[in-house]
Design a protein around this ligand. Structure first.
Ligand code: NAD
Length: 494
């Protein structure tokens, strides 16, 4: 199966738009295809709307954004992409027809996946060319922030297809859950539907409003569900004997049962109650406003979970490790080409880095100087293993000067110098230049102290690292001291 550089989307509604935003953000090009030409503007707006929340998800160094193009010609899309994700309406015959059609154009090593919420992969792949490269890859809305994707193979799907799909989805920051047996609704929608059916019953019977039922989740079980599912939570609730005790105690209630299992009739009156209830909950806020609120808390929750390395937080952690490792690999590759010197770190100003003046905002200079420092550290061997060994550098002083503006999408490069290194301290100077005219845009000077992590005290830099830092420092010693080095705030520029 192919290494995925370009993703093709078949159908660009709510879910297609979400896939586009996620893939582009992590550096994959997207060719979006939809029968409705009006969807071009729609998908561009959807990508722009997703960006503010996505941009805050991680500060780890991202590759340059992917490029988005749109076509109404499904075959033109199928000819030029490495992986196709289908997101057209949930109708079996329509999906079967379009998937078969597209499979005649897409080369046999291009995986074709369907976002279907509940249709079975064996039914969908029936008339396809090379059906072994087809699977269901069921995401969750908003696709750009929720990491879960359920992977379900049909009777003709090969293990290689599932594995290649898993690699691709992991690369774009997702948690691929392999559903080992195809069932209608896969895993999650089957569970969600059971809950929703009970909600409809209780609203229908006048037991509770939509708002009260949502409260019954968000103040209680919902908080637990973000990191531990129902099973582990019930295991905890059973005390020392765990799940065994829970089943013993509540087993009889499962037989009564409390729940109704069959869906109620969707009468006009029930539909009205559901619509009026949710409108009251929205309290005049538009769907866009509510989406922004949802996106903000989804980002915040994942960042909290990352600290605990649990659930979606461990997916985010793994993604960040991969991003740092790939930055480190490219820094090391550059370094080995220019042995004994510090190669410049290049980057591009991402749209979310821009402030209200239309220029790169101050905090992002700090971030890219941090990236340059990271590249230096990794080049000399200060990495995760070094930190795990109980040592690291801490920043103790910082000084920036600004000289020229950087605009959106501008390429830039950073030259880093080691001004001095002694037993415990490292003084570093970064000069950030604009790519288009080489103009100096900003400088950053930093003092770092080597720290013994277990006792939090300054400690000598370990021998091999110290020797490499000294070597790099000596290699640059012939260059004149930059005029910004050691400047005090407010000192005339001279
Ligand atoms: N909305 C959700 O929360 C959600 C979540 C997970 C999975 N899904 C699944 O994703 C799929 C898409 O759902 P959605 O909510 O994005 O629907 P949607 O109605 O928002 O988008 C469907 C898009 O498909 C396009 N389309 C229709 N026929 C087409 C064709 N022949 N060729 C190309 N494009 C065509 C439409 O123009 C539209 O833009 C469904 O299978 C759904 O079950 C939806």
């Amino acid at each position: 199966m192919r290494d995925v550089k370009t993703l093709g989307l078949l159908g660009t509604g709510v879910i297609g738009g979400g896939w586009a935003a996620r893939a582009l953000h992590f550096g994959i090009n997207v060719v979006a295809a939809d029968v409705n030409p009006a969807m071009e503007q729609w998908i561009r707006d959807a990508v722009a709307n997703a960006e503010p929340a996505l941009a805050r998800l991680t500060l780890a160094p991202l590759p340059p954004k992917g490029a988005l193009s749109f076509t109404t010609d499904l075959h033109a899309m199928a000819r030029q992409v490495d992986f196709i994700q289908e997101n057209i309406p949930e109708k079996l015959e329509l999906k079967q027809r379009i998937l078969a059609d597209v499979s005649r154009t897409a080369p046999a090593d291009v995986i074709i996946a369907s976002s279907t919420s509940g249709l079975m992969p064996s039914d969908l792949q029936q008339s396809m060319v090379a059906p072994e490269r087809f699977l269901v890859a069921h995401p969750f809305n908003p696709v750009y922030l929720l990491p879960l994707v359920e992977l379900v193979g049909g009777k003709q799907t090969t293990r290689d297809t599932i594995e290649a799909a898993r690699r691709f989805f992991t690369y774009i920051g997702m948690h691929a859950l392999h559903v080992r047996r195809e069932v209608p609704g896969h895993l999650t929608d089957r569970l969600q539907e059971a809950l929703w059916r009970e909600i409809l019953h209780m609203v229908n019977d006048g037991v509770a409003t939509t708002g009260e039922l949502d409260d019954s989740i968000i103040y209680g079980p919902g908080l637990r569900w973000a990191a531990m599912g129902t099973n582990l939570i019930y295991h905890l609730a059973g005390g020392e004997t765990g799940m065994r005790h829970m089943l013993h105690q509540f087993g009889p209630a499962l037989k009564w049962p409390w729940t109704k299992l069959e869906a109620p009739e969707l009468t006009e009156s029930l539909i009205d109650k559901m619509v009026e209830g949710t409108q009251e909950q929205a309290a005049g806020r538009s769907i866009r406003e509510l989406e922004r609120l949802r996106d903000d808390y989804l980002v915040a929750i994942q960042q909290v979970l990352r600290q605990f390395n649990i659930g979606a937080g461990s997916t985010l952690r793994a993604l960040e490790q991969r991003l740092y490792a790939s930055q480190s690999a490219s820094a090391q590759a550059q370094a080995s080409k220019a042995a004994g010197t510090l190669p410049p770190l290049s980057g591009c100003v991402r749209p979310e880095w821009i402030d209200y003046n239309g220029h790169m905002t101050d905090s992002r200079y700090q971030q890219v100087f941090g990236d340059a420092l990271d590249a230096l550290y990794r080049q000399v061997g200060v990495d995760e293993a070094y930190r795990a060994g109980g040592s690291m550098f801490y920043t103790v002083e910082n000084h920036n000067t600004f000289h020229a503006e950087l605009k959106v999408n501008e390429p830039f490069f950073i030259r880093t110098r080691i001004l001095s290194v002694d037993a415990k301290r490292l003084r570093v100077f970064h000069a950030l230049h604009r790519g288009r005219d080489q103009a100096l845009a900003a400088t950053g000077e930093q003092m770092h102290v080597h720290v013994d992590l277990p006792n939090g005290k300054a400690s000598p830099i370990k021998g091999p690292i110290h020797r490499q830092l000294e070597h790099l420092c000596r290699a640059q010693a012939g260059e004149p001291l930059p005029p910004q080095a050691g400047r005090a705030i407010g000192q005339a520029r001279g």
